[in-house]
Design a binder for this molecule. Sequence first.
Ligand code: SF4
Length: 355
Amino acid sequence: MNTTTDKRPELRDLSPARVQDLVLALGEKPYRARQVLQWLYQHGATDFAQMTSLSKGFREKLAQAARLANLEPALVETSSDGTRKLLFKLADGHAVESVLIPEEEHSTLCVSSQVGCRMGCAFCRTATLGFKRNLRPHEIMGQVLAARRLADADRPLTNIVFMGMGEPLDNLEAVNLALGHLLGSHGLAMSQRKVTVSTSGVVAGLPALAAASPAALAVSLNAPTDELRDRLMPVNRRWSLAALKQALLAYPLKPTRRITFEYVLLGGVNDQPEHAAALVRWLQGLRAKVNLIAFNPHEGSEFARPSDQAVEAFQGLLIERHVTALVRQSRGQDISAACGQLAGKEAGGAHVTLP
Ligand code: SF4
């Protein structure tokens, strides 16, 4: 059927309540909706024919009323450290990337939320693509389900970070729905601590994110003064560091939770002792931990990698002032798949590193 005239909804674009409405409208009992949801998320069905606990008649009715898209990576590149970059071709020909990162006993997936990005961060390869379109919830879930199938059996996919292409809070409706599927008991029932949404500082989206989801929050900060942040991240011209801090102070964090701040160190730009001191001052009052990431230059980039000494000194200054600061290594550098810099051939990427 031609998708441009096809009005059937994608099942993974629907909330559980709307799946129930659909099932009831097809003349089925409510428990059938629970079965459909199990097939969609626990089993990750890629085709209606796999839903074998449903009668053939119901499957046919369901297939007439709704669609079930499936994403398979068109390309998988594996780094020497085991990190895999997954390239997905979408139905309209656009492409997005995810990065599947193996850890000791689990895997983490860095997902994309948009094709391209409109935020224009100066150090980001995705920004050079401009903005193409928002991803829909089923396209976000498609990345997750494909990665779950690919993850090693002894390193199951347990952690998701929204740090791929795009600004999640610029596509909040779809991201919130996908978060519902990731965290909800009808869906993948993942731990709230293990699903992280990273924003460049879209202050207007924070209350709606907090209201919709208890997922962990990360902020891609990268500069401790408005002057510098205005230059590196145009979002700061709309919402200054003061506005961002005010919104974060009001963010309803559970008592044991902290906000992760990602700080990409750009050689000679934001990696000096005065920047560390200003960062410490700005963080005062926030329950924070900082991930420091040495910039990994991509072709055409105006920025350089900081020296190892500068990275170490920056971290030391934060720790001295009692700020938790970790130096994160970019993963999958040999395939340009470091989460936060998906500098691929067809696409490019985004925020930063693991929370
Ligand atoms: S760093 Fe994130 S928000 Fe900034 S341009 Fe890249 S994808 Fe967009």
